[in-house]
Design a protein around this ligand. Sequence first.
Ligand SMILES: Cc1ncc(COP(=O)(O)O)c(C=O)c1O
Length: 348
Amino acid sequence: MYGETVSMAQQLFQTRNDIIIMTAPGSGALDSGVSSLFSPGDRVAIANNGFFAIRMINAMKAYGLDVLSVENTWGEASDAGKMRVAVDGNPTLAGIVVIANDTGTGVVNPVEEYASLAREKDLPIFVDAVSAMGGYDLPVDKWSLDVVCTSSNKALETAPGLGLISVSERAWDLIGRKVQNNGHRGWYYDLSRWKEAIDGSPEHPYPTTQASNMIVSLHASLKRIVEQETIQGHWNRYTWARDVFRAGIRNLGFRPVAADAVASPTVTTFKIRDDMTDNLELRDYLLEEHGVLVALGMGSFGKNVLRAGHMGKAGTREYLVATLMGIEDFLRKVKGQDIPHGTGLIGL
Ligand SMILES: Cc1ncc(COP(=O)(O)O)c(C=O)c1O
């Protein structure tokens, strides 16, 4: 079952690379990947345009990396041209880090452009794909992505508890070469331990006890996605849910944060209306009156932005209708707006 789970994950990641499945949240997978690929003192550049880039910077600093933050605007896609300037100005750079989809801002970053820059400059590229992988086309082998991390509970639609990491041959080579001075990786999170297990004991290709209950759950979810819904169908559903939601909230007088071209298929961020004081009034109303949970904005988007996910059940007609009708209800009952029923369902 473990082998089948890895194989279905490889289909989703579109890779023939090794995929490690470890008991960890997404942050554990990121910690493991970044600390294994890089060593203390390595200068590593990161495209910074959102909450999870800042989180990643803190993790990288915790492992003693010399972080070069390439600043971009929140709510917009990051600019690979700025990264090129940074790379050209820093000849000792050890790698590039990018957040594929920042869940804080609802923006998709141009990973392919960063990947081709990395290949041109012969640098490894590390991708936080926690809220991206499985949600839309992010082909690991085609774009030559070296280390890519996700978690079980986003677009893989399972309970939280597993971190998944794909590791390219080039990355294994770098990890192997740097291993000597890498006490900072710890033991469990050192990907070298996982490689030893994969290569050395095919019947037990992981160094510790697996969370077998979670593997069974992930297996069932991946089987549903790969065999029933199909990977393309899974992506299409998220894109459809995003478009229905964005059309609906626009018709209800809200403005999505991200421009259409870079809008995330897994999460939509939108600004509160001018007649609202903060994001709490709508969040609380939806939760209390309709049992629907939309998330608050993160970081500097804190008070004025709300976030609606499109992953799992949230990306179904049933949940979209409940959410959009709930927002309509809020506008009628709390804000006294006289709007026709179904105004939010225009995209359906
Ligand atoms: C882009 C991104 N990176 C990292 C994380 C952290 O994942 P976890 O909370 O599973 O540690 C998240 C969680 O939402 C995320 O969206």
